[in-house]
Design a protein around this ligand. Structure first.
Ligand SMILES: Cc1cc2nc3c(=O)[nH]c(=O)nc-3n(C[C@H](O)[C@H](O)[C@H](O)COP(=O)(O)OP(=O)(O)OC[C@H]3O[C@@H](n4cnc5c(N)ncnc54)[C@H](O)[C@@H]3O)c2cc1C
Length: 407
């Protein structure tokens, strides 16, 4: 196989992480092939929020982010609407990104990313079944009998990553004993730019505005502890209505108005942070490296960030030089590990604090959140810190230039 000037990168998994890694590497002149086992790209889930750093990266890697989602400010509230904390970002960030984060449907993001991929990059129906790192190149084999040889392999194949398993063996999955029912609905007029994350003693019931293909609406979710050995609720709408009783009228009305076809349920699982991501000419991005609970609303966002930072490191070395490649992959993961571990572990512990605290301690927890600035400090002030440090790191990116979307 003839080598492109800057080398060939094979990416396995066309979720947000794989697509971002592909777009960033293509922007820097690499030859990229993105392999996906599914026969067509389907969004894994319905509802999504994106913080400013992934929005910024999407722009830099050529994704059309105009009108991608509904901007909103995020508030933490008690079930009855009493405010507990607010995520406050500097005015300049709010002006540029519209607020704390944007609300959208997952397919809206996938569609924009797919549209930005040049023809021929994506190869569907390719289920990776074997990896052989031959030192100067990596040989891949797929269930359909096809083979491919690349300079680098990027495993973007999600929480049950085959690539990670080949590199580091089988690691137990962490069942958080939490489940989430999420739904969405469309409206005829623009909603208020306010997102609310609300809790009672046991349950989170939250909503944010959304924008999807020119339509306004809301997404909402109900999250609480579950027993994975019990069957899931048969009627998701009835379950959500029952759990939202006692929360504000606004969220109850949103749930009532949601079509049954717009509901989905997930059990929440993640994995403890992986000590080492890369080996030889192979590395991991996104959930393959750091599966993240939806409590962070940042798993897809961090996957997008990974793709961009990986491409930057690879751009600085020759892919013919195995030692230099090794160094680049190590610098990539060393840079990403503290941030991703902090976010994914933070999300895990927040889930435990709100849903798995012993019954006797819950009134005390809630008294503290209602009467002290602890929750503001814990989430309201800590989150902007993460956002601003990521935005600053992305600002330092000399190879990328913001290019206006082609009309
Ligand atoms: C209910 C819920 C709500 C969430 N909300 C948010 C949110 O608001 N904001 C946010 O940022 N994140 C959110 N997340 C997290 C987010 O969904 C994930 O972190 C994100 O999808 C990870 O992207 P990824 O590209 O790494 O992996 P994935 O999206 O899992 O994609 C992996 C891809 O690899 C493919 N694949 C797997 N194995 C193979 C193989 N052997 N060969 C070829 N292809 C393969 C799969 O088919 C898939 O297309 C949420 C998650 C859940 C469950």
């Amino acid at each position: 196989m003839s080598k492109a000037i800057k080398g060939t990168i094979a990416i396995v998994g066309a979720g947000p992480g794989g697509m971002a890694a592909a777009l960033a590497a293509i922007r820097l002149g690499f030859q990229v092939v993105l392999f996906e086992r599914a026969a067509e790209i389907k969004a894994a889930g319905n509802i999504l929020n994106l913080w400013p750093p992934p929005q910024k990266i999407l722009k830099l890697i050529g994704v059309d982010t105009d009108d991608l989602g509904a901007p909103c400010q995020t508030f933490f509230e008690r079930y009855d609407g009493k405010q507990r904390a607010e995520v406050v970002l500097p005015d300049a960030v709010v002006r540029e990104y519209g607020g704390g984060f944007i609300g959208l449907l997952r397919w809206g993001l996938y569609k924009r990313m797919l549209d930005a991929l040049p023809p021929g990059v994506l190869r569907l129906g390719h289920n990776l079944t074997s990896i052989h790192d031959e030192g100067r190149q990596v040989r891949l084999k797929f269930a359909n009998g096809q083979e491919f040889v690349a300079d680098i392999l990027v495993g973007a194949d999600g929480i049950n990553s085959f690539v990670r398993k080949q590199l580091w063996g089988e690691e137990p999955i962490r069942h958080q004993r939490l489940h989430l029912v999420g739904g969405y609905l469309f409206l005829n007029s623009a909603p208020e730019g306010k997102g609310v994350i609300a809790h009672n003693r046991t349950t989170q019931v939250s909503y944010t505005p959304i924008r999807h293909e020119g339509k306004w609406g809301y997404e909402w979710w109900v999250l609480e502890a579950c027993d994975p050995n019990q069957p899931p609720p048969a009627d998701l709408l009835a379950f959500s209505r029952e759990r939202a009783a006692g929360f504000t009228r606004k969220v109850r009305e949103l749930i009532d108005a949601t079509p049954v076809a717009h509901l989905q349920r997930w059990e929440i699982r993640d994995r403890p942070p992986l000590k080492q991501w890369s080996k030889g000419r192979v590395t991991l991005v996104g959930d393959a490296a750091h599966p993240t609970s939806p409590y962070a609303a940042y798993g897809a966002g961090m996957s997008i960030e990974d793709g961009y930072f990986l491409a930057r490191e690879l751009d600085a070395v020759s892919l013919d030089d195995t030692a230099a490649v090794r160094g680049a992959l190590q610098r990539f993961e060393d840079r990403r590990k503290p941030h991703t571990a902090q976010v994914s572990q933070g999300a895990f512990h927040t889930g435990r604090m709100f849903h798995h605290m012993p019954k006797l301690l819950r009134p005390l927890r809630d008294w503290v959140f209602d009467n002290t600035p602890l929750l503001q400090k814990f989430v309201g002030d800590a989150m902007p810190g993460h956002i601003l440090s990521q935005l600053a790191e992305i600002e330092d990116a000399p190879p990328f230039r913001r290019i206006k979307a082609v009309p």
